[in-house]
Write a protein that binds this ligand. Structure first.
Ligand code: ADP
Length: 448
């Protein structure tokens, strides 16, 4: 990085009296000044890296960096300018005036910001620090009181390889910035750039999350409205088709009776699909209260719900004790278990159905709840698909259903912050696993 001077007379090696207030002459004095300068630069860099690590808001960090520079270098005024989307420089905050006697310095910086940023635009164009010994050298402000500081220094903040901001200062430095100084401001600019990158990444992620939530809400709303509105015309189709059979059934013979049967079957099935879609969208809109739940009680209730099916299928359902207490919602978990257990009953093989419910503590403290069966099993390449809405592996003729159960189970698991998956070997059986948070480690009043 090199400094450039807009004033050709500015180049020279005369150290001159600096902002540090030390005398200009004498080897001892200049050694002292060098040592003090090195200390100042180290301090500045340290503060900038602390800022980059701690500060959440970019503009606040820029403002603090400007204040630190002015205080440490004893410069009259400073300000951060950020580069807008169309390349114009705008103040990131008000001018910091280090010393009230230098009010004119603040005005100069304001003027630079107000008139399109020149000479800060040189910093943007070069990506490097720019030093101007005398802002008035071009005669624009030749009448200004000469006791005012008229030097100017700007250096870039660089994020992802681009200049995103310029820190500009009025300084009373008489000599061109040396290599140490340039390296320091280069490093400060990069530190602040890291902060900008981090904030941009975070903002990007937040936007993406908001967008995702919005589109999910829209989808749920759409599913709800569509399924709700479809019910009415369907009710008419079913009602009148059934009326036809009831009143004129004897007039339908042969193919006509067969076709009418298909109409009624199809309408019933559509009604079931719409009801399931409604149930799914309602489940998605739920924000259930989570609290301590005894899984043993939930499992008993779910098995009781399915008592008839269990008895009819001659199944053995075993709950392995003790099921834990988890952080969850009892009615959602009961619905989930009813779905998993009824699938285990439905997709049984020829051998005597055996179903097990068990829980195991995971290394991270969460619980893994498992519903395992010795049923028909699921082919490995289908084990993801079944969790999607309306995805089924078998035709209606063989097993009844609409493919909604596991989609609702996924929603319920998501409400609990957990994960649902299956392990299965075709012909041997399936084990559906889900993770649930433990009750003890979370506040009992928490809403999750
Ligand atoms: P449905 O049972 O109404 O079809 P689900 O969403 O509950 O809907 O299940 C989706 C598909 O996953 C089922 O059609 C079935 O093919 C498969 N499946 C679910 N549970 C089991 C199980 N325990 N054993 C074998 N296959 C299963």
């Amino acid at each position: 990085m090199t400094a450039r001077s807009a004033d050709p007379t500015a180049h020279g090696s005369d150290p001159g009296p600096g902002g540090d207030g030390l005398p200009a002459a004498g080897p001892a004095a200049s050694g002292l000044r060098r040592a003090r300068r090195a200390e100042q630069l180290a301090q500045l860099l340290q503060r900038a890296s602390a800022l980059a690590n701690e500060s959440a808001d970019t503009d606040t960090a820029f403002g603090q960096a400007v204040r630190d520079m002015c205080e440490t270098m004893v410069w009259p005024a400073g300000q951060a300018l950020t580069l807008g989307e169309v390349g114009q420089l705008r103040p990131a905050g008000p001018v910091h005036l280090q010393d009230r006697r230098h009010a004119r310095s603040a005005e100069r910086l304001d003027e630079i910001a107000a008139t399109g940023g020149h000479p800060a635009d040189q910093v943007v164009a070069s990506g490097q620090a720019v030093w101007i010994r005398d802002l008035d050298a071009d005669g624009q402000d030749a009448d200004a009181a000469r006791q005012d500081a008229t030097g100017w220094l700007g250096f870039p903040v660089i994020a992802d390889g681009d200049v995103v901001a310029v820190l500009q200062f009025i300084s009373d430095e008489e000599s061109e910035p040396d290599e140490d100084f340039l390296q320091t401001v280069g490093a400060i600019g990069r530190q602040l750039g890291v902060l900008v990158e981090r904030n941009q990444a975070r903002a990007g992620l937040e936007n993406l999350n908001e967008e995702l939530e919005r589109s999910n809400r829209e989808l749920e709303q759409f599913a709800y409205v569509a399924s709700h509105d479809l019910q009415e015309p369907l009710r008419k189709i079913v009602g009148f088709a059934e009326l036809l059979v009831e009143r004129y059934g004897d007039q339908f013979t042969g193919e006509a009776a067969e076709f009418l049967g298909y109409v009624i079957d199809g309408a019933h099935r559509m009604r079931q699909l719409i009801q399931d879609l409604l149930a799914y969208s309602r489940a998605g809109r739920r924000r259930p209260h989570l609290g301590p739940v005894e899984l043993a009680e939930v499992a008993d209730a779910a098995i009781a719900d399915l008592q008839t099916a269990v008895e009819e299928s001659g199944s053995a359902v075993t709950v392995e004790d003790p099921l834990p207490r988890v952080h969850g919602n009892a009615s959602e978990l009961r619905e989930l278990l009813v779905n998993l257990l009824s699938n285990a009953l439905k997709y049984r093989s020829d051998s005597d159905p055996r179903i097990t419910v068990r829980a195991a503590r995971q290394p991270d403290g969460w619980w893994r709840l498992t519903v395992a069966d010795n049923g028909i099993g699921i082919a490995p390449d289908q084990q993801q698909r079944i969790f999607e809405i309306f995805q089924r592996l078998h035709g209606q003729g063989r097993y009844e259903g609409t493919g909604i159960g596991l989609a609702i189970c996924t929603q319920i698991t998501n409400h609990h912050g957990g994960r649902l998956w299956v392990e299965s070997t075709p012909g041997e059986g399936s084990a559906f696993h889900l993770t649930l948070p433990p009750a003890a480690e979370l506040s009992e009043n928490s809403d999750g």
